[in-house]
Write a protein that binds this ligand. Structure first.
Ligand SMILES: C[S@@+](CC[C@H](N)C(=O)[O-])C[C@H]1O[C@@H](n2cnc3c(N)ncnc32)[C@H](O)[C@@H]1O
Length: 314
């Protein structure tokens, strides 16, 4: 079996460096995590010990958890390169450094003690492991560090759909095979896109008349979108996981009543027009594009003597 973890880390290090410099994309990411989304009551995070497993460099979830009230936050990812970027982002977004413990570590062997955390988050990490067996191992590790009565929040990829099954692999294949496309994906900036739009506008005016105005296109093709394209093309591996398997991992690891979460993501680029379909994943066109939708779950670990019938009691 080939180990992709070093390449995966390198790819996301580069992407996260770009995102870290763009406040619009950073704010979009940070605002994705709300108490309402998690189904938690105000004040939940006060006095809770929380972990962001596979945090990446942007620190987006750490910043979001701080804004939601967390004051004892731990995070880890592979290697060490991400640490100074995380630290710089904490400064930039006003999170006191002393509240955040940042470690180098692997989700397959999490560098923290059993039952250490009240809230464990793992966002977009496990689909990038090497095999489904590793996803199961990573999940068991997340369960190990969660306290009885604590919550485990995990986001895997989409379950099927045209994008996941057809367009992602086609774009990835072309990226690997075609040098010009690889250069476009790796290097294109929003300024390059703006210049191309100006060129097309000028040529259209020559060909169609002077009332052509394409300025509306520029904000629709922003850095956030270019990084999304990089995410699709550059990630070396994406392990498919079904909703049934995702729920099964919670139940097998001692969690009760996993709740599926969904969020409406306010976007500024062209994905804005797809966002309602992404949210209402039962719509026929949504099912065609996104299959079963993005798998996002939260569940409470059994063992604190409490029974959790539904998410309102989290
Ligand atoms: C799509 S990024 C998500 C980062 C972050 N959770 C976020 O939502 O911005 C995937 C992350 O998973 C990390 N990762 C991949 N394999 C890992 C492993 N075995 N242990 C820990 N982190 C891993 C990568 O280094 C990368 O930062």
């Amino acid at each position: 079996m080939r180990d992709h973890s070093e390449e995966t880390r390198h790819v996301y290090h580069q992407q996260h460096l770009r995102v870290s410099q763009d406040s619009t994309t950073m704010e979009r990411f940070i605002s994705m995590f709300t108490l309402e989304y998690f189904g938690l009551e105000p004040g939940y995070f006060q006095k809770k010990r929380v972990l962001d497993a596979g945090c990446g460099d942007t620190a987006k979830l750490i910043i979001a958890l701080y804004r939601l009230g967390a004051r004892d936050i731990s995070a880890f990812d592979l290697g060490e390169d991400f640490i100074p970027v995380v630290r710089a982002n904490l400064d930039r977004y006003g999170v006191p450094q002393e509240l955040v413990r940042v470690a180098s570590g692997n989700i397959l062997s999490i560098p923290f003690s059993d039952q250490e955390f009240d809230f464990v988050a793992c966002h977009g990490v496990m689909v990038h492991l090497n095999t489904y067996a590793e996803v199961e191992r990573g999940f068991a590790e997340l369960a190990r560090v969660t306290k009885p009565g604590g919550l485990l929040y995990t986001v895997l990829g989409e379950e099927g759909g045209l994008w996941r099954d057809c367009l992602y692999p086609a774009l990835r294949k072309y990226y690997l095979e075609n040098e010009a496309f690889r250069g476009f994906v790796d290097k294109t900036t929003p300024e390059d896109i703006a210049r191309t739009i100006d060129f097309v506008e000028e040529k259209m005016r020559e060909l169609e008349g002077s009332d052509v105005n394409l300025s509306f296109l520029k904000p629709l093709l922003d850095l956030d979108l270019l990084v999304t394209l990089q995410n699709i093309c550059q990630a070396p591996v994406r392990i498919p996981v079904s909703e049934k398997q995702h729920i099964g991992m919670y139940l097998d690891n001692g969690f009760e009543t996993p709740q599926r979460l969904r969020r409406f993501i306010k976007r500024k680029n062209i994905r804005r027009y797809f966002a309602p379909l992404h949210y209402h994943y039962d719509h026929p066109l949504s099912r065609l594009l996104y299959g079963g939708g993005c798998l996002e779950f939260i569940a409470r670990k059994k063992g604190d003597g409490r029974h959790t019938p539904d998410r309102d009691t989290f």
